[in-house]
Design a protein around this ligand. Structure first.
Ligand code: GLY
Length: 372
């Protein structure tokens, strides 16, 4: 087995390991074997990932005596829907499974979220394993048990907290990702530094550019740090009653921006988080919670790697502060019409801020639309 790192998500009898390293796909069978109850797995993947990695994973599992079936779904957000949820369940049940079978999600957030929710639902819950193939899913969506699908009424409105039995993050698979996707994932990496770890942010300021350019040692270190931050938070607050909400830094703004762009390729989730974090710092600055130099430093870092930091960086979109505000007011995280944000008292000092005056939100949106 090649050199890899392991982080445990401590959740009692639902605890599990996140294994992080290079060439892990070749050795996935050895890792999966002790994590499953039976000897069968069903790999769920998509049409983009299957040609690249399905065979390697399959051979590695079969080498350990695991019986493997696979289901290949279309790639893209539309697969995270009720109709694919139903189709996938029917395909799995047609394979005559028992409760000892495990699903293995091989892909990005769409495949991981859908597979996890199907695993939570089928036969009242079967095991599942996450093998995330994007930076974003390695550092965020594959860890912590948020599973689900989209509804016509909004993103991720149907779902369950359902933890995987194992997460395998192979750093090598990131080589096949388009650079835009690497950067989108990187925004979530930076988020961990800003939430509660200023040292990590300082490290990213020094090594982030090389990380984004392909340095594997730095990528592995960043995935490790991000996952250990998330594991610690999830172990303390699995169902987001309080501190897990810190992981939503930049998401209230970001989600409104994504709603406006129809969750399309015009703005990737991670790009909306880069903008959303900048706006969260702007709002913190306006409320005199953080210093101007902190807000500038965040923008400088995101723009140095090539992420958007002003709304005007996203071309062909006419952002309107009122419309964005309305999206925020109808967000599932808004309670009784009160706007809640994760704000900061500085880098690494985030907190939950409740009942923010909408006027201040409008001001920072308007500023970010004009400035350059
Ligand atoms: N992506 C935020 C969370 O898992 O809580």
């Amino acid at each position: 087995m090649t050199k890899h790192k392991c982080i445990n998500v401590a959740l009692g009898d639902r605890s599990y390991d996140i294994i992080i390293g290079c060439k892990l796909l070749d050795e996935a069978g050895i890792l999966i074997k002790p994590a499953i109850r039976g000897e069968r797995i069903i790999i769920i993947t998509d049409q983009n990932v299957a040609p690249l990695y399905l065979n390697t994973l399959k051979l590695s599992a079969e080498k350990e005596g695991i019986k493997v079936k696979e289901i290949i779904l279309p790639a893209g957000e539309q697969t995270k829907s009720i109709s694919y949820f139903e189709k996938l369940i029917d395909q799995i049940l047609a394979l005559k499974i028992d409760r000892k079978v495990a699903l293995v999600a091989l892909g990005g957030g769409v495949i991981g979220d859908l597979t996890g929710y199907v695993a939570a639902s089928i036969l009242r819950g079967i095991d599942f394993i996450q093998i995330p193939t994007t930076l974003l899913s390695q550092v965020d969506s594959s860890v912590g048990g948020k599973t689900g699908i989209n509804s016509k009424n909004g993103k991720n409105l149907i779902g369950a907290f359902y933890q995987p039995r194992l997460v395998i993050a192979d750093i090598d698979v990131l080589d096949s990702l388009p650079q835009r996707e690497i950067l989108a994932g990187y925004a979530e990496v930076v988020k961990y530094g800003l939430i509660n770890n200023s040292e990590f942010f300082i490290w990213l300021e020094e090594f982030g550019l090389e990380l984004c350019a392909g340095n594997k040692e730095y990528r592995q270190r960043a995935v490790l740090k991000s996952c250990s931050s998330k594991a610690e938070i999830v172990a303390k607050d699995e169902t987001e009653q309080n501190m897990r909400a810190l992981l939503n830094l930049g998401h209230t703004f970001g989600h409104a921006l994504e709603t406006e762009t129809g969750f399309s390729n015009k703005l990737l989730h991670g790009e909306s988080i880069s903008l959303g974090i900048c706006l969260a710092f702007d709002l913190s600055l306006l409320l005199e919670l953080c210093s101007k130099s902190d807000a500038v430093r965040i923008r400088n870092h995101f723009s140095a790697v090539g992420l958007p930091t002003y709304l005007s960086d996203i071309s062909d979109i006419d952002w309107d502060a009122n419309t964005l505000l309305n999206h925020m007011l109808s967000d599932k995280k808004t309670e009784n019409g009160k706007l809640n944000f994760i704000l900061v008292k500085g880098i690494g000092k985030s907190f939950i801020a409740q009942n923010i005056n909408p006027k201040n939100v409008q001001i920072v949106i308007e500023q970010a639309n004009q400035q350059r």
